[in-house]
Design a protein around this ligand. Structure first.
Ligand code: HEC
Ligand code: HEC
Length: 297
């Protein structure tokens, strides 16, 4: 009996080990797929890829009133990218805006928004990035004016403007609104462009999503609150879906500038349910009267 039981137990042990490892492989695949989706929604590619350059190898210039930032290489290259980073390093960068060496990151890296993401979602993005080809290319140094070139000088800025921590669901709203809040505020960081900034570059929360004439790359960013006169008060749910999937405005114009990129690389790749959630959240924002002069076509 024991002689028969032993091989059977061995068989059982092997079978369950095999099963566990396929399960682990499946979980890993799921994480990579989720990561691919969130990576698109979060626009990581745009800032970390130079025009015509290799994916995530860095070099995209981001002009700001404080100087020009260059998105660094975040490919899994061990020397020039983030190939040696642990999960903790990656979480700390996106949640706290702090590097593995303990330096503060500039808020040109939108961690002020990404801090709202869950650990699970951030690590899914890491899992996806680590499936991409490493590129051995040095990150370019930022070109910043004094005193902005001193990272420790960010301490008071962080104290004043940065509220770390994952976004908490609001039980006063339904699931779609909460999903929309998560996508708009944390993942797709729409406020980073659509909310005006004060002279120190902090987001003016009282004017959330009300637009600014000081957008990235000299763009004029419209008011997307549901104010009827100066915002999107007259947009239907269908208008939002058309816009977020195709970049078409209700009047038939195609959106320009950096927003086209947000749609092409980001919102057009989302599920219809996620686009509806974004619209539901935007349509429930407090309407702010704030006229932004339109750019002449
Ligand atoms: C709006 C532009 C922008 C977007 C969008 C953006 N980043 Fe960045 N990121 C930057 C800049 C600029 C820096 C450099 C910050 C610094 O030097 O302080 C940076 C730094 C980083 C770093 C640190 C790299 C290092 O070598 O220390 C990581 C990791 C990173 N980003 C990952 C991501 C991921 C993942 C996403 C998407 C979820 C993302 N970034 C989206 C602009 C961006
Ligand atoms: C990198 C900066 C940036 C980000 C991030 C961004 N936007 Fe925009 N958005 C713009 C600019 C610039 C325009 C104006 C484009 C133009 O003039 O054609 C715009 C236009 C729009 C419009 C058209 C409104 C109108 O009246 O013309 C909507 C709606 C919109 N954005 C929603 C969003 C949503 C939702 C998100 C997040 C998923 C988002 N944007 C993220 C910069 C940005």
């Amino acid at each position: 009996m024991t002689f028969r039981l032993v091989p059977f137990l061995i068989f059982l042990a092997l079978a369950s080990a095999a099963l566990a490892s396929t399960r682990a492989a499946h979980a890993q695949e799921d994480a990579v797929e989720r990561g691919r989706y969130l990576f698109a929604a979060a626009g990581c590619q745009g800032c970390h890829t130079a025009k015509g350059g290799e994916l995530l190898a860095g070099g995209r210039a981001l002009k700001t009133p404080f100087g020009t930032f260059y998105g660094p290489n975040i490919t899994p290259d061990p020397k020039h990218g983030i190939g040696r980073w642990s999960d903790e390093d990656f979480l700390r960068a996106l949640h706290e805006g702090v590097s593995p060496d303990g330096d503060f990151y500039y808020p040109a890296f939108p961690y002020v928004s990404f801090t709202g993401m869950t650990d699970e979602d951030i690590l899914a993005i890491k899992a996806y990035i680590f499936t991409l080809p490493p590129v051995a290319e040095r990150s370019r140094n930022h070109d910043l004016d004094f005193p902005y070139n001193i990272r420790v000088a960010l301490a008071p800025w962080r104290w004043r403007y940065f509220e770390p921590g994952p976004l908490k669901p609001d039980p006063g709203h339904d699931e779609a609104w909460n999903r929309g809040a998560y996508l708009v505020q944390a993942v797709a960081h729409c406020a980073e462009c659509h909310t005006p900034r004060d002279s120190l570059g902090g987001l003016d929360k009282d004017m959330a999503f009300a637009g600014t004439t000081d957008g990235p790359e000299g763009s004029i960013v419209p008011n997307i609150t549901p104010n009827v006169e100066t915002g999107l008060g007259d947009w239907s749910a269908g208008d939002f879906d058309f816009f977020l999937s195709l970049g078409m405005m209700p009047d038939g114009d195609v959106v320009g500038d950096v927003m086209y990129e947000v749609i092409q690389n980001g919102t057009s790749k989302l599920t219809p349910a996620d686009r509806e959630a974004i619209a539901a959240y935007l349509r429930a924002l407090p309407p702010i009267l704030h006229a932004i002069e339109r750019k002449k076509p």
